[in-house]
Design a protein around this ligand. Structure first.
Ligand SMILES: Nc1ncnc2c1ncn2[C@@H]1O[C@H](COP(=O)(O)OP(=O)(O)OP(=O)(O)O)[C@@H](O)[C@H]1O
Ligand SMILES: [Mg+2]
Length: 286
């Protein structure tokens, strides 16, 4: 404890998480094209996609299965290099996983290390960044408190419910105070009640941390509830089809927001847009 306290006193800068709110980063994707090899040819997964996200905006991405949502997120996260076009974070090209960005995928069960405690899982990105021990402890405590798991730091992931495991994954994502949070259907595998709790948790963290959020979901209601803006990707061509500003204000509530007449109107409009964004040939085959 004495050692940790000493480290805290001397650990003024780690180059990463400082506990302060840094605000979001602007994201820019221009003319992004991705083709995967298939047989002797290739399958075009994005062709081409342009999207500008201002710093601090919460953007949801919807679109039919296979339209390239995950492919796009992988480009944004620097995990996949597009064949053409460019992705920039605050004006700097993204060529590898950028500092200041955190990614959460759907399969929390596979993303957590079962042999490590909750605390050890959450502190992984801080260790990777070389954050010293006392600072790590304070940041992990803060992140676990933010997701309501302050008392489960010493548990193992397999001792937690699915929703709690996903909260651990969110804590691990926010522990570095990211400027951009990228999420690919993160709540798809949890029950409806837990999903609502996680949605509200995410909105609260977004407001508190001021980060930019790019959130992919299949659920149009979820996209409207969470986002300030919903973009629709399509098939044939696999690019941006629609861009809808969600004027539901900064304060959202599961009961009143979803009962709002404007909510129903966004829902009807986005359902139609997503249906139109499907591949007409594939639709004929159904
Ligand atoms: N590693 C890969 N190799 C070859 N083709 C791929 C690969 N990953 C994705 N694809 C293809 O690229 C297209 C876009 O896939 P992607 O996973 O980005 O879609 P998606 O919109 O995320 O779909 P879903 O909503 O089902 O998650 C699909 O036709 C898919 O089969
Ligand atoms: Mg996907």
């Amino acid at each position: 404890m004495t050692k940790a306290t000493t480290e805290a006193a001397t650990d003024t800068t780690t180059g990463t998480a400082t506990g302060s709110v840094t605000g979001g980063a602007g994201l820019s994707a221009r003319g992004v094209r991705v083709a995967y090899p298939r047989g002797a040819g290739e399958i075009v997964a994005l062709a081409p996609l342009t999207l500008e996200v201002p710093a601090g905006q919460f953007v949801c991405v919807v679109g039919p299965s296979g339209c390239g949502k995950t492919t796009f997120l992988r480009c944004v996260a620097g995990l996949l290099r597009p064949g053409a076009g460019r992705v920039e974070l605050d004006g700097r090209p993204v060529a590898a996983p950028p500092a200041g960005m955190a990614v959460v995928f759907q399969e929390y069960a596979r993303s957590l290390y079962p042999w490590k405690t909750v605390r050890a899982n959450v502190e992984l990105p801080l260790r990777a960044a070389g954050t010293r021990r006392a600072a790590r402890r304070a940041l992990v405590d803060g992140a676990l408190a933010a997701v309501g798991l302050a008392d489960r730091a010493d548990a193992h992931p397999w001792q937690l419910s699915g929703g709690m495991q996903q909260r651990v994954a969110i804590a691990r994502a926010i522990v570095t105070r990211p400027r951009v949070l990228v999420m690919d259907e993160p709540f798809a595998a949890v029950d409806a009640q837990t999903r609502e709790e996680l949605e509200d948790l995410l909105r609260r963290l977004w407001a508190e941390l001021g980060m930019t959020v790019l959130f992919v979901t299949h659920d149009i209601d979820e996209a409207i509830y969470l986002g300030e803006r919903v973009v629709v990707l399509g098939v044939a061509p696999r690019s941006l089809r629609a861009d809808v500003a969600i004027g539901l204000g900064p304060v959202r509530d599961q009961l009143t927001t979803r009962a709002d007449l404007r909510f129903s109107s966004y829902r009807a409009r986005l359902h139609r847009l997503v249906r139109e964004a499907r591949d007409p040939v594939a639709d004929q085959d159904r």
